[in-house]
Design a protein around this ligand. Structure first.
Ligand code: NAD
Length: 356
């Protein structure tokens, strides 16, 4: 099969890590007889330097014409003093909006080989932790009506949370579909004991669950979910939640793994179109030094193969290759420990590609 990919390397370590992901994808292409065409595009700081703005129109147009988008990372010191609307990170918000990406998927996996990096005690980690947080990305309180006004006690400010049935149905649908490909458990997280928007959210998720009789559904209040993630992370499979709760819980879930250079993410829109990127930033402190861990970006490619292209065997092949390289003891600096072999960005990419 032929796939057209928009590739946005971005700034800092972005270009180095994206190169490794392409290396791995090319190997997948050769092995499974797929052709991946890459269209390299500007966004972030490098786009500001070249065009005066963080997200050129051509980039958006080219992304819309592609089957999926791969992004490295954007931002850096050089652009930190620019006004908000001109900052490199605006490119990320712009892309999400322009591409209609309403679902954010963030896995949090604790690898056997890297259990030492996890800040939780071994007895809490248990046998395994493999969580997928599905966060609604384009609605809720971050996009609701807001403002300031004079109240009875002086100036006050307000933000509103509003969700439509349609918005909840589509994010719940994604969560249940993903759960079918995993351990068939969905935990809905809301605050239905207090918020009306959460009560509607819970009703709709419960209704959608009727189309998925083989997937178990449970509901947790967000405060309890935040505790459970620390106390018994192994109980979770897929967590589905609103924009703000997801923002907080996905960071909490990923931090319990202890390895920021290992965590991929996906943002999905209609018809499985998606943007795939590592969760970390552009790491300007190590850019251009062959020190960056490319695994988060390589695992983002695995997510792309699974969720946009429905190529499960290929996705699994990438994940197995990453596991194999870790088992063999190869480590980049960020996940290095005693007795392991230190490798650079490039060699890590080569090793993973070789094991496909
Ligand atoms: P960061 O994630 O870039 O770096 C935090 C720390 O983790 C640094 O010490 C860095 O060296 C390390 N790190 C990150 N990724 C790594 C990797 N793959 N391998 C090894 N070590 C890695 O976060 P920051 O320092 O807060 O932000 C740096 C820049 O990135 C800022 O301009 C910020 O706005 C931007 N940023 C971009 C994105 C994105 O593009 N999605 C996300 C977060 C931050």
């Amino acid at each position: 099969m032929n796939f057209k990919l928009a590739v946005i390397p971005g700034d800092g370590i972005g270009p180095e890590i994206v190169d490794q992901a392409i290396k791995v994808l090319d190997k997948i292409g050769r092995k499974y007889d797929h052709k991946f065409e890459y269209n390299k595009l500007l966004a972030g700081g490098c786009a500001i330097d070249a065009t005066g703005g963080p997200l050129p129109k051509e980039t958006v147009e080219a992304c819309k014409k592609s089957d999926a988008v791969i992004l490295g990372a954007v931002g850096g010191l050089k652009w930190d003093t620019l006004p908000g609307h001109l900052r490199p990170e605006r490119a990320l918000l712009g892309l999400r909006g322009e591409l209609g990406l309403f679902a954010n998927l963030r896995p949090a996996v604790i690898y056997d080989e890297l259990k030492d990096a996890c800040p939780l005690k071994p007895e809490i980690i248990g046998d395994s932790v493999d969580i997928m947080v599905v966060r609604e990305l384009t609605g809720g309180i971050y996009f609701g009506e807001r403002g300031r006004r004079e109240g009875s006690m002086g100036q006050e400010a307000y933000d509103t949370e509003c969700y439509s049935v349609h918005e909840v149905e589509r994010i719940a649908g994604i969560a249940f579909e993903i759960a079918k490909k995993r351990k068939s458990r969905v935990t809905n997280v809301d605050k239905a004991n207090v918020l009306e928007s959460s009560r509607l959210w819970r009703e709709v998720v419960t209704n959608v669950s009727k189309d998925y009789p083989d997937v178990a559904l449970e509901h947790l209040y967000v405060d309890n979910a935040a505790m459970q993630l620390i106390m018994r992370p192994g109980q979770f499979d897929v967590i589905v939640t609103s924009n703000m709760f997801g923002d907080i819980l996905s960071d909490e879930a990923s931090m319990i793994t202890g390895s920021i250079g290992m965590l991929p993410s996906a943002s999905l829109g209609e018809k499985s179109f998606g943007l795939y990127e590592p969760i970390h930033g552009s790491a300007p402190d190590i850019a251009g030094q062959d020190k960056a861990n490319p695994i988060a970006t390589i695992l983002s490619i695995a997510m792309m193969l699974r969720y946009t292209f429905n190529l499960e065997a290929e996705a699994k092949n990438v994940e197995d290759a990453v596991n194999k390289v870790l088992k063999e003891g190869f480590r980049t600096g960020d996940i290095m420990s005693e007795g392991k072999t230190l490798v650079g960005t490039n060699l890590m990419g080569d090793l993973i590609a070789e094991r496909i």
